[in-house]
Design a binder for this molecule. Structure first.
Ligand code: C5P
Length: 237
């Protein structure tokens, strides 16, 4: 069995906007693994429930789980994408309304079980990089490599603002984004804890290329130690 066909799991967890998904994607590309973002599934369930309508304060757990039935996972170019009602909805998933309501949905135990099940299904197919908050603790406690990715809140807010606005944020915009990120960190605190055996990577002073290289090096070391032979091609991509 080649490495890419194996059940090799790299789990990247950390707080909001710590660069988990883009890092996970780049690490997966470098190693020829697939990638799945658990945050996208929580966002998709939230988007699906928002489409049904009504005040989120009144959402029952059953109604969210029911709406989540319209969420499907599609392997596209090595990335498992979360679709809503049969089509990709990336802008909607990243939008303000979903971001404002996703922590509420993520606190629902049956929704967490639904996401965890989908993530485990993705990992059945072959080697994978998964990212989120609790991948290395609750979902893949036996992952071969666990990364806890952190960065100072202001740096995270700066990166997120550039992503959202497409330009350098003003001081006010940066302050608002920092406040929103810190509030979301607080709302998600319960499920956002590093695994005891996670390697902590602080990206505050690292470029994206440096953080990816750091994790790829760690992964190659684990791969070598596990005795798996890396596939010469990009395997399941
Ligand atoms: O990573 P991202 O910001 O897209 O995650 C969106 C939300 O999904 C988080 O704010 C959190 O509420 C929830 N989440 C979670 N557990 C995960 C991944 C995401 O609770 N493993």
């Amino acid at each position: 069995m080649s490495l890419t066909e194996s059940r090799f799991v790299i789990a990247i967890d950390g707080p909001a906007a710590s660069g988990k998904s883009s890092t996970a994607r780049a690490v997966a590309v470098a190693l020829g693994f697939r990638q799945a973002d658990s945050g996208a599934l929580y966002r998709a369930a939230t988007a699906a429930r928002l489409r049904v309508g009504g005040d989120s304060a009144d959402w029952s757990e059953e109604s969210v789980l029911d709406a989540a039935r319209s969420v499907t996972v599609h392997p596209a170019d090595g990335v498992f994408e979360a679709w809503v009602d049969g089509s990709a909805a990336d802008a909607e998933l990243r939008g303000e309304e979903v971001t404002a309501n996703v922590s509420l949905v993520a606190r629902m135990q049956s929704v967490r079980e639904w996401v965890n099940e989908k993530m485990r299904e993705c990992a059945q197919i072959g080697a994978i990089v998964v990212d989120g908050r609790d991948m290395g603790t609750a979902v893949f406690p036996d992952a071969a490599l666990k990364i806890w990715l952190v960065a100072d809140p202001e740096v995270r807010a700066h990166r997120r603002s550039i992503e959202l606005l497409g330009r350098i944020p003003s001081d006010d915009e940066l302050a608002r984004e920092t406040g929103e990120l810190t509030a979301r960190d607080a709302r998600d605190a319960r499920q956002t804890q590093p695994a005891d055996d996670a390697v902590h990577v602080d990206t505050t002073r690292l470029s994206p290329a440096e953080q990816v290289a750091r994790i790829v090096d760690l992964a190659r070391d684990r791969i070598q130690r596990s005795g798996s032979a890396p596939s010469p091609d990009a395997g399941g991509r």
